[in-house]
Ligand binder design. Structure first.
Ligand SMILES: [Zn+2]
Length: 182
């Protein structure tokens, strides 16, 4: 399958995320027919605009329910707020873009892109953190009318296009959140 535009890349990653989320929730070790179906339906629907991504309000509600811990390492000490998409790069100064981070992760990540920073540490982001990131990335790309832009011609985005995952690890290697949820 060929991915040529910003929208296709973000939709593909978001559809894979839905596939992964479904597998984790169903506690399956591998992706099965149900999950592949979820991915292909959502990908087609998002590209045709007959389906849409979930609202960021869901992630905000979740932020209030999840244990208050650093979203990168799970520490509960010295927490402050971090802009998931750094404001220095053009990320918004709004609640949707704010996550908890400990002092150590915050100063190490600094103005780095969260996905690049995690990749450097050989870490695949927790699914629910990646979900927020992808929703923000899609929102920003829509606002800037870049969803149909060829990947090579999309400049100045505040997130890293090259760090958007196109393939996802097996469900057994994925985490929903940085700390265990009951
Ligand atoms: Zn941390």
């Amino acid at each position: 399958m060929e991915i040529t535009t910003v929208g296709e890349l973000l939709h593909w990653s978001y559809s894979n995320l839905a596939m992964a989320h479904s597998a984790i929730t169903a506690k399956t070790e591998k992706y099965g027919r149900t999950q592949f179906m979820i991915r292909s339906r959502l990908y087609a629907g998002l590209n045709k605009q007959t389906m849409n991504i979930g609202p960021l309000a869901d992630d905000e509600r979740l932020k209030m329910l999840l244990p208050q811990a650093c979203c990168y390492c799970g520490s509960r000490e010295y927490l402050s707020v971090d802009h998931l998409i750094p404001t220095k790069r053009g990320g918004a100064n709004s609640g949707d873009n704010l996550v908890w981070a400990c002092r150590s992760c915050n100063s190490s990540k600094c103005a780095h892109d969260a996905l690049e920073w995690l990749a450097e540490r050989n870490q695949f982001p927790p699914i629910l953190l990646l979900r927020r990131y992808l929703k923000l990335a899609i929102e920003i790309s829509r606002e800037r009318n870049l969803m149909n832009a060829p990947l090579a011609e999309a400049y100045g985005l505040p997130f890293s296009l090259s760090s958007i995952p196109k393939t996802y690890p097996l469900p057994s290697q994925l985490r929903l959140w940085v700390v265990e949820l009951d």
